[in-house]
Design a binder for this molecule. Structure first.
Ligand SMILES: NC(=O)c1ccc[n+]([C@@H]2O[C@H](COP(=O)([O-])OP(=O)(O)OC[C@H]3O[C@@H](n4cnc5c(N)ncnc54)[C@H](OP(=O)(O)O)[C@@H]3O)[C@@H](O)[C@H]2O)c1
Length: 317
């Protein structure tokens, strides 16, 4: 089968097309195969490719296959808590690449996944949209759960124009929070449609904090740090507030009784089923920035690295 390999740590040019044997049914006990149609290009993929996590990857070394988010069709029946999904079912999900460290990601024609990593796809959600959802929406949902703020509380979302940030804006506002969104210029009206009450422009963290303190002089109740601003963003919080980080190397030390939490997305098939249904019903909006063929994975990484592209870049397989 066709795959894209990281041939060495480095820039996008280290991504190369290669051929690997297609997995057979039952190759890995308990795993089922999915024939992929789309794979999301996530920020974690870029950081892994650049070697930023090289010291935390056990024995795994290039060449390996990147890729977390996927959408496609089941090649094998997938047992679930309530029912078995038959072969042929359209599904989406994410591979917990960084925990598995097998180097068998979703930049490939076929992946082997645990049934609990996937959920069925509603008919009206197309593969590219589906591949933009799982990791980001689950991170946003579980991160907001860790924050545990009551309806009416004020939440600052940094990186609100990003993929995780947009889901966080929508889910937080649906939960009754007052959302202050740090937005990319020109994105304000879209973020307000998604549920932001107020927007402050992105900029130096000190400027962002000043703008937030003008809107909320007593300080916000919580920060969801989608832009990985880390320590400087603490100053936007009131004493005893809550800060949710989504990157292990960007978790600030606590100060002023602030509760600091770190969120790493965990597979949850029920939650993913619910999220995909909401996407199908247009209750949750996802945004695909670009769709490129698998062969252009290096170009996809170049575009993602350049930033300022609201939405997920998706590889079609
Ligand atoms: N913990 C987990 O399980 C988990 C899961 C998924 C993602 N993540 C992490 O979460 C982060 C966000 O992921 P994503 O997919 O949402 O990426 P993304 O779409 O690139 O979003 C990041 C957003 O933050 C903005 N940003 C960057 N620097 C900023 C700054 N100094 N001030 C204000 N805004 C800034 C970016 O704007 P520009 O594009 O204009 O730079 C972008 O809109 C990534 O680092 C990723 O690795 C963690």
């Amino acid at each position: 089968m066709r795959v894209v390999e990281v041939t060495a740590y480095g820039g996008p040019e280290v991504l190369r097309m290669a051929r690997r044997p297609e997995p057979e049914a039952g190759d890995v006990p308990g795993r089922v195969r999915v024939r992929l149609r789309a794979a999301g290009v996530t920020m974690a993929d870029l950081r892994i490719r650049a070697g930023l996590y090289a010291d935390h990857m056990g024995d795994l070394r290039p060449p390996f296959v990147l890729g977390t988010d996927f959408a496609g069709r089941l090649l094998d029946p997938a047992p679930g808590e309530e029912a078995t999904l038959p072969a042929g079912t359209r599904v989406a999900g994410f591979v917990p690449w960084y925990e598995e460290l097998t180097g068998e990601g979703t930049y490939a024609e076929v992946v082997q996944v645990a049934p609990e990593w996937l959920a069925p796809l509603p008919d009206d959600v197309e593969f590219p949209s589906a591949a933009s959802v799982p990791l980001a929406a689950i991170t946003a949902h579980q991160g907001l759960g860790l924050a545990g703020l009551p309806a009416g509380a004020t939440l600052l979302i940094t990186g609100a124009s990003g993929v995780v940030g947009r889901f966080a804006v929508q889910l937080a506002s649906a939960a009754g929070l007052r959302v202050v969104a740090v937005s990319y210029e020109g994105d304000e009206s879209e973020l307000k449609v998604l549920g932001a009450k107020e927007c402050v422009p992105r900029g130096e963290p000190a400027e962002v904090v000043r703008a937030v303190r003008e809107l909320v002089p007593e300080g916000v109740d919580g920060v969801f740090d989608g832009a990985l601003l880390s320590t400087p963003a603490l100053a936007a919080l009131k004493d005893g507030g809550v800060f949710v980080s989504i990157a292990p190397d960007r978790v600030p030390a606590s100060e002023r009784d602030i509760r600091v939490e770190f969120e790493r997305a965990r597979s949850d098939p029920r939650l993913l089923t619910d999220i995909l249904q909401k996407v199908g019903n247009r209750e949750l909006i996802t945004r695909v920035a670009d769709v490129l063929p698998l062969e252009e994975a290096a170009e996809a990484h170049r575009r993602a690295e350049a930033g300022h592209r609201p939405g997920r870049i998706v590889l079609m397989i």
